[in-house]
Ligand binder design. Structure first.
Ligand code: PLP
Length: 388
């Protein structure tokens, strides 16, 4: 990691030597992933989903890097995120996925943002605002084809063509969202495509958008006019049953605060949930659940057990956590690493190498998406690349 660190540009925030953990963010890999996804999208435009602070990587860094790669359309979840994206992408199209809250139309207009309208109330409010302003502004319309969460129902979508309000604004996009696109054989994918197709063909001339990261790789290639990848941009595997075609974007290193030997019958950590069966060496790392590392990665059991728990790579070797993840600290069983190779102050890898965000998520009983979006505010953030 020394070489990589020397090439990074520590940007504001917490300096590396004062932080418990260092988060490496490779903006060149992010841009490369966007190009890979674009090349898989069969000629459709590739947008980028940058909600939740660009999945934890930092909106102010990720959006310009993607813009330099050629991305022209961004999706966020909240109006506040859209305003941040607008500040660094003056010319891009920016959509707000979570819909239009009452009374927010003027803010959309002020920042030239596009709401994703998901109900007739939202459509009426946006149409009324555009009529009053005498200007046809852009918006997307979201049709729910199976998530049962956000968007018009399919029967409602089929009536859109008869609604007068659609003349008051420009429907720049008709979109829907997959429920389980990462399960390539799930029959729901095909049913959603068919439902979307029915609404789309009733509204000729409106650009259409369906796939998230995994949807891009479905055999049916439901790419339409614009694809909306998020997770895969940040290195997550969009094809969990196959090798990951994406480059890793995130690396997380924690620093060893202390090393100690524990004896047989000693326990480690809060509530004594990990028991040493013999003498073991424990390294204490200065990262914890307050940094967004999930407490569900705790290792509860006995030394030597195969535990589904968090791991660290220490001097090139995988080592299991030992005991509960604390707020600010994680304890790792480093007995198998030669003693001279682990010292106070050394860094260990918590994400990186073959310890992918997908695996870290799985080991904590969650998904890599949650690992990314919880990446904490106490890390030093070291960005690399992004110059285009
Ligand atoms: C989050 C989101 C995406 C991106 O999904 P990924 O699985 O991260 O690629 C696309 N579309 C909508 C509507 C979303 O909410």
């Amino acid at each position: 990691m020394t070489e990589r660190t020397s090439q990074t540009q520590p940007t504001g925030g917490i300096p590396e030597r004062a932080a418990g953990g260092v988060l490496h963010i490779d903006l060149d890999a992010l841009a490369s992933n966007w190009r890979t996804l674009r090349d898989h999208a069969g000629g459709a435009e590739a947008a980028a989903v940058v909600k939740a602070n660009a999945y934890g990587t930092g909106i102010e860094k990720a959006v310009p890097a993607l813009g330099k790669a050629g991305c022209r359309t961004f999706f966020v979840a909240h109006l506040s995120e859209a305003i941040r994206a607008r500040a660094v992408a003056p010319d891009a199209a920016i959509y707000v996925l979570n819909g239009l809250f009452a009374g927010t139309c003027p803010a959309y207009a002020e920042h030239d943002l596009r709401p994703v309208l998901g109900s007739f109330e939202e459509i009426e409010e946006w149409a009324g605002f555009c009529r009053a302003q005498g200007r046809k502004r852009q918006a997307a319309i979201h049709v729910d084809t199976g998530m049962n969460r956000l968007g018009l129902t399919v029967p409602q979508g089929l009536t859109l063509k008869d609604r007068a309000e659609l003349k008051d604004f420009e429907t720049a996009l008709l979109m829907s969202h997959f429920v389980s696109a990462e399960e390539s054989d799930n029959p729901l994918n095909r049913r959603q495509i068919e439902a979307f197709e029915a609404v789309r063909s009733s509204l000729p001339g409106i650009p259409a958008s369906l796939p998230n990261s995994s949807g891009i790789f479905l055999r049916d290639k439901p790419h339409y006019d614009l694809v909306r990848p998020g997770y895969a941009l940040y290195g997550g595997n969009p094809t969990p049953d196959r090798d990951n075609p994406m480059r890793p974007v995130i690396g997380l290193e924690g620093r060893i605060v202390q090393l100690r030997w524990v004896e047989a019958d000693d326990t480690v950590g809060y509530n004594g949930r990990w028991l040493a069966l013999e003498k073991r060496r424990i390294a204490t790392i200065s990262v914890g659940y307050a940094d967004g590392y999930p407490r569900s990665g705790s290792a509860r059991g006995r030394s030597g057990d195969e535990l589904l728990a968090g791991m660290a790579i220490v001097a090139g070797r995988r080592c299991s956590f030992a005991g509960n993840v604390s707020m600010d600290l994680i304890t790792v069983d480093v007995t198998d690493v030669p003693e001279a190779q682990v010292q106070r102050g050394d860094t260990v890898t918590l994400i990186g190498g073959d310890l992918t965000i997908d695996e870290v998520g799985r080991r904590a009983g969650t998904i890599g998406y949650e690992i990314l979006t919880n990446l904490g505010a106490r890390y030093a953030r070291a960005y690399r690349g992004g110059e285009g």
